[in-house]
Design a protein around this ligand. Structure first.
Ligand SMILES: [Zn+2]
Length: 270
């Protein structure tokens, strides 16, 4: 599933090729995605694409009349084509810009979304209740500490809740909690400010490292078959259940928590 780093790398990969260009045509081959593709999209012909921003895992394509909210769902990807190329069965949508430059949306599982919104960019129902961005200054230890007081929910579920903070997917939550030495099972409301400081730093570091690694794949966004894959990361705990902890040598254990695979060290994480 594309996670925040993949979505951010997609944004950086496609933006320089299409920013400022006028839309010539929007071709919708399959409107049945997670929600139906908004019919307003085809009316954007003639409009220049001003910018692409990101909020959580949503990409926001801004036009003078409003924004297009895109989500890559479970299996979506975007790529730039510099010349015409036949679409395959999972190429559901094309943005054709001037000079024939095309942004093509590919999504085998069709859980993505393309939605028109002409209100305030932060006011869309899918966006307005989202928590802060993990790489922005308002995501702080003080914020997590204050928000978590009185909450009995396990800290792993707490930081994976997009109303608390966006973009901390399962793998990142496992890795960040290991790095910070915090048990995933500990009640969010029972964690000190000092430990939240370590957790905030760990979350930032793993997301930034992942985006940095993704930067090396930017050229994959242009061309024939370039489908950006998921970033290869060096993982300390995820996928290593039963193997020795890299800090203390104890076997890592695996449990299900909120239906998600959770791997941790009982010695190092308390
Ligand atoms: Zn350990």
């Amino acid at each position: 599933m594309p996670e925040l780093p993949e979505v951010e790398t997609t944004r950086r990969g496609i933006l320089p090729h299409i920013q400022g260009l006028r839309v010539q045509q929007v071709i919708v081959r399959q409107p049945k995605l997670r929600w139906p593709v908004s019919p307003e999209l085809v009316q954007l012909a003639g409009e220049p694409l001003r910018d692409i921003a990101r909020r959580g895992k949503y990409l926001l394509f801004s036009f003078d009349r409003g924004i297009v909210l895109a989500h890559l769902g479970m299996s979506g990807s975007l790529r730039i084509l510099e010349s015409e190329k036949p679409a395959d069965a999972h190429d559901h949508l094309d943005w054709v810009f001037e000079n024939g430059i095309t942004l093509r949306y590919h999504d085998p599982r069709r859980f993505g979304a393309w939605l028109w919104w002409d209100g305030e960019s932060t006011g869309h129902p899918l966006l307005e209740s989202l928590g802060p961005e993990p790489l922005e200054p308002d995501f702080t230890a003080q914020y997590l500490y204050r928000t978590s007081r009185g909450r009995k929910v396990p800290v792993k579920s707490f930081v994976m809740n997009s109303h608390v903070v966006v973009g901390v997917g399962n793998i990142y939550a496992n890795e960040a909690l290991f790095s910070a030495g915090i048990s995933p099972l500990r009640a969010a409301g029972r964690i000190s400010l000092e430990r939240y400081q370590r957790l905030v730093e760990s979350i930032r570091k793993i997301l930034e490292d992942s985006i940095r690694q993704g930067g090396t794949t930017l050229r994959d966004f242009v061309g024939g078959d370039g489908k950006p894959g998921y970033f290869q990361q060096t993982l300390q705990v995820y996928g290593r259940a039963g193997a020795p902890c890299l800090k203390c040598g104890e076997s890592l254990c695996e449990i299900r928590l909120g239906q998600r695979t959770t791997v941790f060290c009982k010695v190092c994480q308390t």
